[in-house]
Design a binder for this molecule. Structure first.
Ligand SMILES: Cc1ncc(C[n+]2csc(CCOP(=O)(O)OP(=O)(O)O)c2C)c(N)n1
Length: 298
């Protein structure tokens, strides 16, 4: 039988950063993303940059976990259903201390553990391997239900993209989450209106997404996904909702933070070349060489 702590002081985020500290972390996360990608020579840029702010709020203010003990029974659980955003996922894990930052320089390399899509067999802090869009919410519903059966106080977070709302399996999972009243489940959607081939609204529109989740029996919150006050308030509100799951629609911009990437779907799946990364990193107050060295030393 697992020993699960119900005590409030044990079940808290290990950092508890305020908004100014969260902004500083997110800047480092964006620098990491732009340094590891050209080094890998492949991978996704736009989604990781759009998800960087609500991802930072989750890892450095909200979720309960122990980076030195990834399988700690008391932990909350998070599932990155849109597996392809590994640059932000891995950078958050490294920043939190699950593994050294220098590992980021081995992203997508044979002698590293950080695969292009997350593998729970290879890297700490990954609950489940993902990459096939639309699967994560079903897994999260199961984890939330199982936690409830165990009388575990954990919360389960499912990070999704807007493109994957086009998958039918999302809506089967959404239906079951409401049916089973899993109020320990919180979905966050990176609503950047961009996917691999263009704008989501032009490929297969998903609006009105807020009304759709409401109609499926969820509590829904629509926020600016780059505004920390709104993100933290939405996460706090989600914890007060009883009898239904909550979804937070995080309105974001693909490529957020880099002028020549923002709101451009062509950055969905390509890495910056070293010269492009240099330009981007200068906008973010550093240089490629400086941040590469920073990663090597941490
Ligand atoms: C089931 C499935 N179909 C297709 C793909 C290929 N694919 C990878 S990312 C992507 C675009 C998805 O757009 P979105 O999830 O909104 O991500 P963003 O562009 O915001 O990073 C597609 C179609 C996949 N990974 N899984």
């Amino acid at each position: 039988m697992l020993q699960i702590s119900q005590e409030k002081e044990l079940r808290k985020n290990p950092f508890g950063y305020d908004i100014e500290q969260l902004k500083e972390v997110a800047l480092r996360i964006r620098r990491d993303i732009l340094t590891m990608l050209p080094e890998a020579g492949s991978g996704h840029t736009g989604g990781p940059l759009s998800a960087a702010d609500f991802g930072t709020a989750l890892f450095f203010n909200e979720m309960v976990y122990d980076p030195k003990n990834p399988k700690w029974p008391d932990r909350d659980m998070w599932f990155f259903s849109f597996g392809h955003v590994t640059p932000v996922h891995y950078s958050l894990l490294a920043e939190a201390g699950f593994f050294p930052k220098r590992d980021l320089l081995k992203f997508r390399k044979l002698d590293g553990h950080l695969q292009g899509h997350p593998s729970c067999l290879d890297s700490p802090g990954i609950e489940v391997s993902s990459g096939s869009l639309g699967q994560g919410l079903s897994i999260a519903v199961g984890a939330a239900l199982g936690s409830r059966i165990d009388k575990h106080p954990r919360r389960v977070y499912c990070l999704m993209s807007d493109g994957e709302q086009q998958e039918g399996s999302i809506w089967e999972a959404a239906m079951s989450a409401a049916h089973y009243k899993v109020d320990n489940l919180c979905g966050l959607i990176d609503f950047n209106n961009a996917q691999i081939d263009g704008k989501v609204e032009n490929i297969m529109g998903i609006e009105p997404l807020y009304d759709k989740y409401k109609a499926f029996g969820w509590h829904a919150i629509d926020i600016d996904g780059h505004n920390y006050r709104q993100i933290l308030d939405a996460l706090a509100e989600a914890k007060t909702v009883k009898g239904k799951p909550t979804v937070i629609l995080c309105r974001t911009y693909m490529g957020k933070g880099v002028s020549f990437m923002e709101d451009d779907y062509r950055w969905h799946g390509k890495p910056p070349k070293k010269e492009e990364a240099e330009k981007a990193l200068i906008e973010l107050g550093t240089t490629y060489q400086e941040w590469y060295q920073h990663l090597l030393n941490h």
